[in-house]
Unconditional design. Structure first.
Length: 357
């Protein structure tokens, strides 16, 4: 190359070495002929040579499959995981209507609010419990009857929220109790009632093994937790017209059926239900059981589920496994007045057979 170009390259190399302490060109292994080599340049050449040698060598990897062991054991023998279902479970109480109406009600709300929500203060009287205890708030219940036989099944009320007792201003007479709302599922109004809270066993369980039925079960969906809806979707809590006396227990899986509208107009005019095909539209998991009715969670939906749809359970085994599910210890009343002050003084003559057996 010309002399002036060599001279220019030397100047550039010296400037780069002074500023960066390294060559200014990208390839650090390249040093112009006649230029002095620094230790950095020598190491760069060694690195390039090592990379070329390693690229020519073929690397072999031996993959050994390994089995992942669940420390929790055999989950299939335990049953199905209900951890994700717990947020959708809705519980309630079953008692005679006069006893429910004697429970303490929400008498006043913070800042005179019509509706109360989480962390709001509410006031009541004669609430059982001490300061710091948790109580349950229930919406006004309903009288349920069997759609087919018209038999009275009971007065059932769903739980709407939980509240903590903050202060009891007159502990002797149990008057003027101040409570703070927590874990509310819906807005709280002055028609709701307050009673002690008892945590059901199913909330402490992680797995629930389905229970085999020992007899044929036939019933209906008679109500849904969400008021005002007609179409029932998955993870909805529903009230069923079957209970312990029908062979249903906690963990029972029931199929939901509905008769299709007939395509033949003549069949529709005759009203012959036997000619209408019956299809399966979903599945419900029972998690709270009383004597004549129960509460279940819609676990699967194949088509839209409606009120008055049939629920059916087939006999698939020989009875219930005692280890399959625990008995749900809810605040049962079973048509008695346990836990309600002065409820025994209710005039039984004024209670029709329609309301109390």
């Amino acid at each position: 190359m010309p002399v002036w170009m060599r001279f220019l390259l030397k100047i550039l190399w010296i400037m780069g070495a002074c500023i960066f302490n390294r060559p200014v060109w990208a390839d650090e292994s390249f040093v112009p002929e006649g230029m002095p080599q620094t230790p950095h340049d020598q190491q760069a050449k060694k690195n390039v040579a090592t990379q070329k040698t390693n690229s020519k060598q073929t690397k072999e990897y031996n993959l050994t499959p390994k089995m992942r062991i669940d420390p929790g054991g055999d989950t299939q023998s335990k049953g199905m995981d209900i951890t994700n279902f717990k947020a959708f479970l809705r519980f309630g109480i079953l008692m005679p209507e006069p006893c429910f109406l004697k429970l303490p009600r929400v008498s006043y709300a913070q800042d005179a609010h019509i509706l109360s929500a989480d962390r709001d203060l509410i006031y009541s009287t004669n609430v059982e419990g001490n300061t710091g205890d948790t109580v349950a708030i229930y919406r006004t219940g309903k009288n349920y009857s069997d759609p087919k036989t018209k038999e009275f099944l009971g007065y059932f009320a769903f739980k709407s929220a939980e509240a903590q007792i903050l202060e009891k201003q007159n502990a002797e007479k149990k008057n003027n109790v101040v409570l703070q709302v927590k874990h509310n599922l819906e807005s709280i109004d002055k028609s709701m009632r307050i009673t002690k809270e008892e945590s059901p066993n199913i909330l402490s369980m992680h797995y629930l093994k389905p229970v085999l039925l020992d007899r044929q079960v036939d019933g209906y969906i008679i109500d849904v937790w969400d008021p005002g809806i007609s179409l029932i979707g998955p993870n909805a809590a529903v009230v069923l017209s079957v209970g312990k006396r029908d062979g249903v227990s906690v963990g029972s899986l029931l199929e939901i059926y509905r008769r299709k509208d007939p395509l033949d107009s003549e069949v529709n005019k005759r009203g012959n239900n036997k000619d209408r095909p019956e299809i399966r539209v979903g599945r419900v998991l029972v998690y709270q059981v009383y004597d004549k009715l129960s509460v279940g969670l819609i676990s699967e939906v194949y088509e839209k589920v409606l009120l008055s749809d049939k629920v059916r359970g087939e006999v698939l085994g020989s009875g219930e496994d005692p280890c399959a599910a625990q008995t749900l210890d809810m605040h049962f009343f079973d048509n008695t007045c346990n836990g309600v002050d002065d409820c025994t003084e209710v005039d039984k003559n004024n209670l029709s057979k329609k309301n109390v057996e």
